[in-house]
Design a protein around this ligand. Structure first.
Ligand code: ADP
Ligand code: MG
Length: 322
């Protein structure tokens, strides 16, 4: 199968490539064309996933299709953007129709969930690598950036943390577990749900936001730095799933929630006045886990208010040097 046959069979003909709102021209020409309404800005983000680095070299291509798009789409959600489309640059060691069909099926599934249209890409031969660029739109000056947190704001997260990190030993085949215990964690790893509803709801309310890809404490550090404030996390308020506690035990589950990556849950700062109106609408569930203070860096407190910020090597990068 040649390059053009491959593109037209698996991608141009895919359900997710049939256009959608904002797509004036999709696959087939030199460029795709997007319509951005007057008064809105185009939000753009790229992610590359390399086999053996970002996902196991041998894995289910359908799950990989889901996950690769979810990881990229999550950045749009974190800006409060409305999804439009994405491009797919695929580097393949060989052409396997079965692999491509399953990968495209996974991509279609996540594209439908995120309401993203496949609008173009590139297909080359080489070690397996996947680059997705996502496009969304957001009302001018309303994108959720990292730099607006203010002392007095609440620190919040959009869901339970640590599940994907907990799943990693299962994904890598380093550990086995009963399906009942393993499946909920594996689902989080292979099929993260970009929080579009929450992100769009936070426009004009949250002062800063991002999606947690490197771990709660590390990513809170990005907000603290960009906003020139200190963030304080209350350990007791960090949501940890019962599935994760059942699999890892309480202590390791909490560690995974604090420092494990790959969750793609939103972390954001919210002026207290916004809290009740957001909760009253009941449109989004989220958890208050701390607050914003004057200063710098990220600190962790236990139930008694003691500072228990990890100090040992390996956690140093969670603390800003003065
Ligand atoms: P060009 O040579 O002009 O860059 P290509 O021959 O690479 O164009 O691609 C032809 C068309 O197919 C373009 O519209 C391109 O965006 C699209 N395309 C190529 N590879 C993919 C892919 N993996 N997924 C989706 N669309 C693709
Ligand atoms: Mg090309």
């Amino acid at each position: 199968m040649g390059e053009f046959e491959l593109i037209s069979h698996f991608f141009a003909a895919a359900p997710c490539a049939q256009g959608g709102e904002g797509v004036a021209l999709g696959i087939g020409d030199d460029c795709a064309l997007l319509d951005v309404p007057v008064g809105e800005q185009l939000a753009v983000s790229t992610d590359t996933l390399v086999a053996g680095v970002h996902f196991p070299a041998v894995c289910d291509p359908l799950l990989l299709g889901q996950r690769s798009l979810a990881v990229a789409a999550s950045d749009l959600a974190a800006m409060g953007a409305t999804p439009i489309g994405f491009t797919l640059a695929l580097t393949l060691p060989e052409v396997s129709a079965d692999w491509l069909q399953a990968y495209a099926d996974g991509l279609n599934r996540m594209a439908r969930q995120c309401q993203l249209s496949l609008i173009g890409g590139d297909t080359t031969r080489g070690p397996l690598s996947i680059t997705l660029t996502v496009f969304g739109r957001v009302p001018a000056a309303q994108a959720l950036r990292r730099g607006g947190a203010r002392p007095g704001d609440l620190l919040c997260v959009g869901g339970e943390l640590g599940n994907a990190a907990g799943a990693l030993p299962l994904v890598l085949g380093e550990r086995q577990a009963d399906a009942a215990l393993a499946q909920p964690l594996l689902d989080h790893y292979w099929s993260p749900s970009p929080q579009f509803t929450l992100g769009q709801l936070l426009r004009g309310r949250a002062t800063a936001a991002l999606d947690i890809s490197d771990g709660l404490l590390a990513d809170c550090g990005h907000i603290a730095k960009a906003s020139r404030v200190a963030l304080e996390v209350n350990l007791d308020q960090v949501p940890v799933s019962s599935a994760l506690q059942g699999f890892l035990g309480h202590e390791a589950a909490v560690q995974a929630a604090l420092t494990g990556g790959d969750d793609y849950v939103l972390a954001f700062t919210l002026p207290p006045a916004q809290l009740s109106s957001l909760q009253a609408q009941g449109l989004a569930t989220f958890h208050v886990i701390g607050r914003v203070l004057e200063g710098q860096g990220v600190s962790l407190r236990d139930g008694q208010g003691q500072d228990i910020t990890p100090r040992q090597r390996g956690y140093q990068h969670f603390r800003e040097t003065p």
